[in-house]
Write a protein that binds this ligand. Structure first.
Ligand code: MTE
Ligand code: MO
Length: 363
């Protein structure tokens, strides 16, 4: 077994802070990702929060400030359970680095995407108990972990607009796949913002502040923004670039893995597609000749409105190098962008280009 209760074959990009994704094959055929396989993205050391002394403060533009214990949350609000996919905005950054280098730790492949069944209470219910005052536009989340990413070091936080925060799917979660939320995933309580970039699902939540403006936290105001290609990311300040919120349509081939040897003849190619926010995956096209011709994959129904969808294509593979390409369409009729080069940005977010892999098919 690896660190933090993870499987031994996690691809660990960084040990401290801990950043790891599962090998893609471990996600194949599994609509729900087990906790030992679920990717983990941390900007600072993983804090240890005592659930007995943990308090959640709710303040800002509210009628009543609240200070809630774990017991207050459990006893005072209706428990809700729902499956939701989390995807890091840096998922598949490796595909952008291949176009042009992006300084930083070893880049994410397509495994910074996982799905769990989360249990907790609706943030909407807690906000209703506090009562929103006029002018309430954003809900900011704070956490105790501090990142060394900038000078001075920056605490982690972020925000979502009130319209999303008061949607019933946004949870304050203490359970993951029917077990207590593991420490590395934010125990005792984390936010889960289904359909939005993983960065907004703040772990080790300690504060909720209702404001007129988005959070001024570094990870909302400066990081997780798409800068134009010519920008110098070190010179970028608060408010520069496009703020990321709802997740964009993406897909990945999970099995067989890129570069792997495969016997010729009957084969099943499998992967995931994820549409983000309230969209669904409507179609997945797969090519085994580099995009010259396409076949439609069988696409599973989502496990509720907030999850990825797995797909498979049964095909025959001839000996030689086979270039697999996969592309997803969503329920608005939008198709993923073809080239990573068109999406390249200095901080390496949002590589939602077509999935590509080369298989070595044996004679
Ligand atoms: N919350 C805190 N407090 N600190 C963090 O570093 N990382 C965010 C988010 N919440 C982070 C956080 C990012 S960028 C992502 S993608 C998700 O948590 C990852 O959640 P996971 O580690 O449970 O997979
Ligand atoms: Mo992330």
């Amino acid at each position: 077994m690896g660190t933090w209760g993870k499987r031994g074959d996690m691809l660990v990009h960084e040990h401290d802070p801990y950043n790891a994704e599962p090998p893609l094959g471990a996600l194949a055929g599994e609509p729900v990702t087990s906790a030992d396989t679920f990717y983990s993205r941390n900007h600072g050391p993983v804090p240890e929060v005592d659930p007995a002394t943990w308090r959640l403060r709710v303040d800002g533009l509210v009628e009543r400030e609240l200070e809630l214990t774990l017991e207050d949350l459990r006893a005072g609000f209706a428990e809700r359970t729902l499956p939701a996919t989390l995807q890091c905005a840096g998922n598949r950054r490796a595909g952008l680095v291949a176009v042009r280098d992006i300084p930083g730790e070893d880049p994410w492949r397509g495994g910074a995407t996982s799905t769990a069944t989360w249990t907790g209470v609706a943030l909407a219910d807690v906000l209703a108990a506090a009562g929103l005052r006029e002018g309430a536009e954003h809900v900011c989340f704070s956490a105790p972990d501090v990142s060394q990413v900038a000078d001075p070091p920056q605490p982690y936080g972020g925000s979502v607009p009130v319209a999303k925060a008061t949607s019933p799917e946004v949870l304050l979660a203490w359970g993951m796949n029917g077990e207590p939320l593991p420490r590395v995933h934010g125990a005792p309580v984390r936010v889960v913002v289904p359909g939005w970039i993983g960065a907004r699902s703040v772990k080790w939540l300690t504060g909720i502040t209702v404001t007129a403006e988005p959070s001024d936290n570094y990870f909302q105001a400066t990081a997780y923004r798409v800068l134009p290609p010519e920008a110098d990311p070190r010179a970028a300040g608060p408010g520069d670039g496009i703020s990321l919120g709802p997740a964009a349509l993406s897909c990945e081939l999970l099995d067989p893995a890129d570069g792997s040897p495969v016997p010729c003849g009957r084969a099943v190619l499998t992967g995931y597609a994820y549409a983000g926010q309230d969209r669904a995956v409507a179609r997945v096209d797969v090519s085994t000749d580099g995009g010259a011709t396409w076949a439609q994959a069988e696409v599973d129904a989502p496990d509720g409105p907030w999850t990825w969808q797995h797909w498979r294509l049964r095909t025959d593979l001839a000996p030689g190098d086979v270039d697999v390409v996969a592309r997803a369409w969503d329920s608005t009729g939008a198709l993923q962008p073809e080239h990573a080069a068109d999406l390249w940005n200095p901080k390496g977010y949002g590589n939602t280009s077509w999935a590509r892999a080369r298989l070595a098919v044996a004679p």
